[in-house]
Design a protein around this ligand. Structure first.
Ligand code: SD4
Length: 340
């Protein structure tokens, strides 16, 4: 498992080496050249892109896991769920699931959502005691007529679906919370120091797109605060005809600009994923930049044709990309300091 903790305290100049060069997954099936439905085979009309998985931050194990599921003929959503679950269960990631930093009352509350290629969506907000909110969100999508369940209701729904009640507050997270309590002033951390929220997008062997996002939200937030990550259109949006986008960073800025939806709409108008992410970052900078100079937001996007792009407000944002033969972590371009 990749150590993400080095990220939490890094400076922007810390070495975010492009392309960590992890070895390609061993278990990938051989391509069947005669079968155009085989994963990874581009169809004769050139329309079906190779499977690809991208994710916010340095999560190459998660994107690799997702890709392996897809190459073994899983759907994009199956792959994404498996990849995100890895991060949710990892106590070293202090922004997601088990081990996530608590709110200012010392309580871990989780937000997550999923969206599939048919435009279906599911979401949970302010969920406690359940390690895998991404899977609960998928159940909301598949087993209920609703899109979003929250708090106690989401928890009861999860229990009814067989999820286990667990303590998600680790020693390490509790220690950080107690440290914070000594001063106890609530100042949102803009995503420079506290991040690693996982947003993941994928295209499967059928050329279909899905996405998911999962987080414990901003550290030491006011109890009850919900961020962008479970909000369809803000933290995540998928349109199988066009593309998909997801966000990380200060959720309030993403919610107020409906970032992921905006990016997909820019792609619909013909912008590349990178140009679309840049426009959405610019929207934040222009509308809210003056009062939020320190705040970070990062976007990633994937088009229907398999092209991906990213953009962030500030340096320091990176993302993971897994394809058949490569697993990379790359730095995102950013606005700050660039003339825009
Ligand atoms: C939130 N967007 O709750 C999330 C936080 C985040 O990496 O992305 N942290 O606002």
């Amino acid at each position: 498992m990749f150590n993400r903790r080095d990220f939490l305290n890094k400076t922007f100049l810390a070495s975010l080496a492009a392309g960590v060069g992890l070895s390609a997954c061993e278990s990938k099936p051989k391509q069947d050249e005669a079968n155009n439905n085989a994963p990874g085979v581009i169809s004769p009309n050139g329309k079906k892109p190779e499977p690809i998985v991208i994710a916010t931050w340095k999560h190459p194990d998660a994107t690799q896991t997702a890709l392996e599921v897809i190459l073994n003929r899983g759907s994009a959503l199956d792959g994404i769920e498996a990849g995100v679950r890895m991060v949710e269960a990892d106590p070293r990631d202090q922004s997601v699931g088990y081990g996530g930093l608590p709110d200012r009352d010392g309580i871990v509350t989780l937000d997550a959502c999923v969206m599939d290629d048919k435009g279906n969506a599911g979401s949970v907000t302010f969920l406690q005691h359940i390690m895998h909110p991404v899977s609960v969100a998928r159940k909301v999508m598949e087993d209920t007529p609703h899109v979003m369940l929250s708090g106690e209701g989401a928890y009861r729904f999860a229990i009814s679906k067989g999820f286990k009640k667990e303590n998600l507050l680790t020693e390490a997270a509790s220690t950080k919370w107690k440290e914070w309590l000594k001063e106890g002033t609530y100042k949102p951390v803009g995503g420079h120091e506290q991040h690693d929220t996982i947003g993941m997008l994928a295209i499967d062997g059928e050329g279909n797109l899905s996405g998911a996002c999962s987080t414990s939200g901003m550290a030491f937030k006011i109890h009850g605060r919900v961020g962008d990550s479970p909000i369809i259109g803000a933290g995540l949006y998928v349109d199988n005809e066009v593309g998909a986008a997801t966000a990380t960073g200060l959720g309030e800025l993403v919610m107020k600009t409906l970032g992921a939806f905006l990016i997909v709409e820019f792609m619909r108008q013909g912008k590349t994923p990178e140009a679309a992410c840049r426009e959405a970052a610019l929207r934040i900078a222009e509308k809210y930049g003056k009062s939020n100079e320190e705040m970070q937001v990062g976007y990633i996007a994937l088009s229907k044709s398999g092209e991906y792009g990213t953009y962030s407000l500030h340096p320091g944002f990176n993302y993971s990309v897994s394809r058949k033969d490569s697993h990379e972590v790359l730095d995102a371009p950013y606005l700050a300091g660039n003339s825009h």
